[in-house]
Structures are given as C-alpha cells and as structure tokens.
Design a protein around this ligand. Structure first.
Ligand code: CTP
Length: 403
C-alpha cells in the first residue's frame, strides 16, 4: 500500500515553465490515494490552467487571497486553514523568486502566505535555467531552506527551455512522487552518506557473440539504489547488463559486463563508501579460453566448455572492510538459513539478505520475500512485496541498526 494513501497533499505552483508537468504530479498522487489541493501564484496561470488542475485534483484551485463567493461578492481564501489541512506541502516548480520569498518571508502572494502558515513537512522542487540554478544566491537560499528542515529535491539534468543543457530542470513528476512516497517523518536518512551497490547479472563471453549468464533482472539492486538516493545518499550503482535505467540524479551508474569488470569498478569506489550492498548475481565461472572469432558449430569447441572461477567480488570487499557496513545477498534453494549464514561469516559481512527460491514470489520477478540475517544471527523476516517497497524497508532496517 502506498504511504501516500489518505494523505492531504497541498501543491504550490510558481511561475516556471515546468508548471506544465504538475497535472501529471496531481494524477500520480491521486492514483496513490492522496487527497490533493492546488494553489498557484497568479503568474503560474500563464503556464498551466487552473481548470486542468481543478479537474484533476477534484478540488478548487486557490490563486488569490480572495475568490468569488457562491452567494455573490468575495470570500477569503484562508491560507492558515490551507496550511493546517496539508500533511505535506510540495512547492513545484519552485522558481528563484519563490525560493527567495520563502527564505525572506516576503509574503506577497497566497502561496507564500500559506507556506509561512504551514507546519507540515515541506518539499521544494527547484526549477531554473543553468546559470540561475548555479548562482551563489540561489544555492545559498536552497541551503537555507534545507537547514530549515525542508526537503529540497535535487534538480534533473538535460535540455532546458532556454536551449542550454545542464542542471536546473525540475525533477520528473514520477521522481517527485517517489520522494514524497519514500519520506518517513523523523526517519533516519542517508544524507551525506556514500553507498555502493552491485546489481544485475554478469555476462562471461565465450566468443564475440555468445556468453554465459543468468536470469537476474537487476530490479532489486536498482530499487535499493533508488531508495538510497531518495534518502539523500550519493550512490555508485555498478550494474551488469540489464534493460533498466536509474532515474535519480544522485545515482552514478557504471555499466559493466563481466565479473572481472565489476570487480575493477567496485574497487575504484569501495574504499570510500559507508554502505556496500552486493545484489548482483555474479557468474561464478567464465570460459577459460575466450575466442576472438565466433566459434563455428561444426568445427567443435562448443560441445565441451572449460571454465575458470571468476573473482568473488563480495568476498574481496569483506577482506578489505574498514568503516563500511557490508551486506550481501544469498540466493538459496535448500537449507537456506544455514547456507546464508555460512556466506555471511566466510565473506566477513555485517548482514545478508536471504532469497529463497522456495518462497513463491521471491527471486527474479517484480516481487520479493526475504529474511535479513545479521552477523549476530538475528533474523528479520520481510513480507512478500514489491522490490521497490522492500528496498525502502531494508534501508530503514539497516540504518536503524547503525544508530
Ligand atoms: N558474489 C560476488 N561475486 C561472485 C559471486 C557472488 O560478489 N563471484 C556475491 C553476490 O552478489 C551475493 C553473494 O556474493 O551478494 C552471494 O552470492 P551467491 O550466488 O548466492 O553465492 P556464491 O558465493 O556464488 O555461492 P554459491 O553459488 O555456491 O551459492
């Protein structure tokens, strides 16, 4: 179930081009069962219509301090009541002007008046052009808002309305909603932490067209990377071949193919991280003799393949472990707890996540059911659920163990 179900979410739209994406945010929130109200600055109406927002949110849209009363005349749009109504207040897009008004309590529109009256968690999704976003004044304002306890969301990178390319785009609607979804008031966060995650299968080449691989989709590793990034961590995601893409700007994705390549990239970053999670399904063996030319089926050489072990990446991380909290995965089909706990100790891990292929719904699909085993043998079972939700729960558990 979505953590947003039943939540009252107030969206404040300021006048930036990215305002055209807010109807999608409203849709995504409504789909998750949230109640949504929208308020906007008068200039924001140039970019998205109140009618669209009212239709999608199924609530009236607030723009001015007063509005036409049903009985004629005008009525007060009560910013205090709106602020109190909200469980979360999302300000998106947050323009330079709005950020500055928030920092300086410059109460010249209904959006800022409501912001100053709201006592709920506030999320800010900045959207600006390249140099404006990088400007020291805007960066100072964002730092100040963060210091006030607000959730300042990262910006996206790419084409900007000006024609320039770089940092400054408003975060995409799906990711804004995931930030809200992942938010746990008073939850531990990973802000300032560095995380390394391995994901996906590895492919061990036999010749230029064939390889030995496995069924891993990479979904669990990608979900763990995203959940860490949503908690503020800087993430190195080292992934074997998958069709997946990492959306969050805090995720640095390194694509590799073989176990050896994964080993090399892991050790470029491992020494420096706070957490390392090995979710990759690394091939244990590679062909001893990779051919430079395609092996022809009639010329022999495919009927018997000689194999050599690949490096055990996780074991090598265990050997070099210092400050890192090191977590492995174990995919087992028999005597699961015992086998997983053997791996935990021989690879010098702090914890291991046991996937049993005997549990329906665990393994290669979209869902997973796991047991987390700590090195003191404490076992934490998790219910069958989506890999995305499980990733959030695993992080909450791992972070709370450190405190
Ligand atoms: N792992 C790794 N490098 C390898 C093999 C495994 O980093 N060459 C990591 C996996 O990412 C996982 C853990 O080790 O976190 C356990 O992987 P698993 O395949 O369950 O176990 P193995 O150690 O390969 O042992 P076995 O295949 O005998 O069960």
């Amino acid at each position: 179930m979505s953590s947003l179900k039943g939540k009252n979410i107030l969206i404040g739209i300021s006048a930036g081009i990215a305002a055209y994406k807010i109807p999608l945010v409203v849709r995504l929130l409504k789909k998750r069962g949230a109640e949504v109200k929208v308020l906007m600055t008068p200039d924001a109406q140039q970019f998205v219509t109140p009618l669209t927002l009212a239709t999608l949110s199924q609530n009236e849209v607030y723009i001015h301090f007063t509005a036409a009363a049903p009985s004629g005349g005008s009525q007060w749009n009560d910013h205090v009541a709106l602020g109190k109504w909200a469980d979360y207040f999302l300000i998106a897009p947050a323009t330079s002007n709005t950020l500055s008004a928030m920092v300086h309590a410059k109460c010249n529109n209904l959006l800022i008046a409501t912001y100053l009256s709201a006592t709920c968690p506030v999320f800010v999704a900045p959207a600006m052009d390249l140099d404006m976003y990088a400007h020291a004044s805007n960066q100072r304002n964002l730092e100040q808002l963060q210091a006030s306890g607000h959730q300042v969301l990262p910006v996206g990178e790419g084409f900007l309305a000006s024609g320039l390319e770089g940092k400054g785009r408003m975060l995409e609607p799906e990711l804004i909603v995931e930030h809200l979804e992942a938010f746990r008031p008073n939850a531990n966060t990973l802000a300032g932490k560095k995380v390394l995650i391995t994901a996906g299968p590895t492919y061990e080449a036999l010749d230029p067209v064939r390889f030995i691989g496995n069924f891993s989709s990479g979904k669990m590793g990608f979900a763990l990377a995203e959940a860490a990034a949503l908690r503020g961590a800087q993430v190195h995601l080292i992934s074997g071949p998958t069709a997946l893409d990492a959306q969050h700007p805090n995720i640095n994705i390194h694509r590799v193919q073989s176990a050896e390549e994964m080993y090399t990239v892991v050790h470029q970053y491992y020494a420096d991280v706070d957490y390392a999670i090995a979710a990759a399904a690394v091939a244990d063996f590679k062909p001893s003799d990779k051919k430079d030319q395609k092996i022809k089926k009639n010329q022999g050489g495919l009927d018997q393949i000689s194999l050599t072990p690949t490096p055990d990446i996780l074991a090598s991380m265990g050997e070099r472990k210092k400050q890192q909290m090191l977590i492995g995965f174990a995919l087992e089909t028999a005597d699961e707890i015992h086998q997983a706990s053997l791996k935990l100790h021989t690879k010098n891990l702090d914890a291991i996540v046991l996937n049993s292929l005997n549990d329906p719904g665990a393994g290669f699909g979209d869902t997973n059911q796991v047991t987390l085993i700590y090195k003191n043998e404490q076992q934490i079972p998790f219910a069958l659920q989506s890999k995305k939700e499980l990733a959030h729960q695993l992080w909450e558990e791992l972070i709370s163990d450190v405190d």
